[in-house]
Write a protein that binds this ligand. Structure first.
Ligand SMILES: Nc1ncnc2c1ncn2[C@@H]1O[C@H](COP(=O)(O)OP(=O)(O)OP(=O)(O)O)[C@@H](O)[C@H]1O
Ligand SMILES: [Mg+2]
Length: 241
């Protein structure tokens, strides 16, 4: 079974009487525990694809299946539960609650689900993202890198089957982006959660095992990153040509 499977997904937007076909019959499979990335130029539809995969936006055609559950036709309530329990999301702008501490932010999805996060899991997550010493710090007093690692821990809190991340290093400097990637890789390995990461940065995408290149609404190619940023950048440019 795949952690996430997209089959023939299409999405168009109409604005000012003009229709743009943003995604054209995209198919994608992320195996359980795998770490994949999507690269593509600005406007190529990366965020739109992620929103369809997270059930935040309905597709015009095609299906999304997450951990064996097909999203088509699910109620808003069922989609909310799916995003709380089965899919973890990491946003570019962190989306933390500023006045809550690191620990409280990480535990929030569990609280919303009606079960406090077990202390042992909270401590394990804090340790894995390197924030044990910041556990009681309000989120508004964190550096960007610390804030994004808090968001990683929060995304993993509910033991989801897949993590979706849209340009998660977009607001980070290069050392913080490197730490972010190393942290995400560690959690992928230790917890076995699948990851789909969107980035236009080859250095970041190289953290994934497999890279898919999106252009003009289609996947132009997919390849193994070999965790080599220079090779990823070269393959990306080839596929863009
Ligand atoms: N709600 C919407 N209504 C109309 N057009 C939209 C809407 N959302 C996205 N688009 C258009 O769809 C295209 C793809 O947008 P999307 O945000 O998915 O691109 P992206 O690859 O994430 O770009 P970036 O790298 O800049 O984040 C763009 O042309 C955008 O203008
Ligand atoms: Mg985007």
């Amino acid at each position: 079974m795949y952690a996430l499977e997209a089959d023939q997904l299409s999405k168009s937007f109409t604005a000012d009487n003009r229709t743009v076909d943003v995604l054209k019959q995209i198919s994608l499979q992320i195996p359980e525990g795998a770490f994949h990335a999507i690269m593509g130029p600005s406007g190529s539809g990366k965020s739109t694809l992620l929103n369809l995969l997270a059930g935040l936006l309905p597709a015009d055609a095609g299906t999304v299946t997450v951990a064996g559950q097909t999203l088509n036709g699910l109620s808003d309530q069922a989609l909310t539960l799916l995003r709380r329990r089965t899919v973890g999301i990491i946003f570019q702008d962190f989306n933390l609650i500023p006045t809550l501490t690191v620990s409280e932010n990480i535990a929030l999805p569990a609280l919303l689900d009606g079960h406090p996060l077990p202390q042992a899991r909270l401590e394990k997550l804090l340790h894995l993202v390197g924030l044990s010493h910041r556990a009681d710090q309000p989120a508004e007093k964190l550096s960007g890198g610390e804030a994004q690692r808090t968001a990683i821990a929060r995304a993993f809190a509910m033991e989801p089957r897949i993590i979706l991340a849209d340009e998660p290093t977009g607001n980070l400097d290069s050392p913080s982006a490197n730490t972010f990637c190393a942290t995400l890789t560690r959690l992928n390995k230790e917890l076995g959660t699948a990851i789909l990461l969107i980035s236009h940065d080859a250095q970041v995408a190289a953290a994934a095992e497999t890279v898919h290149v999106l252009k003009d609404g289609v996947i132009r190619g997919s390849f193994a990153s070999e965790h080599n940023a220079t090779a990823v950048a070269a393959r990306y440019l080839e596929l863009m040509a």
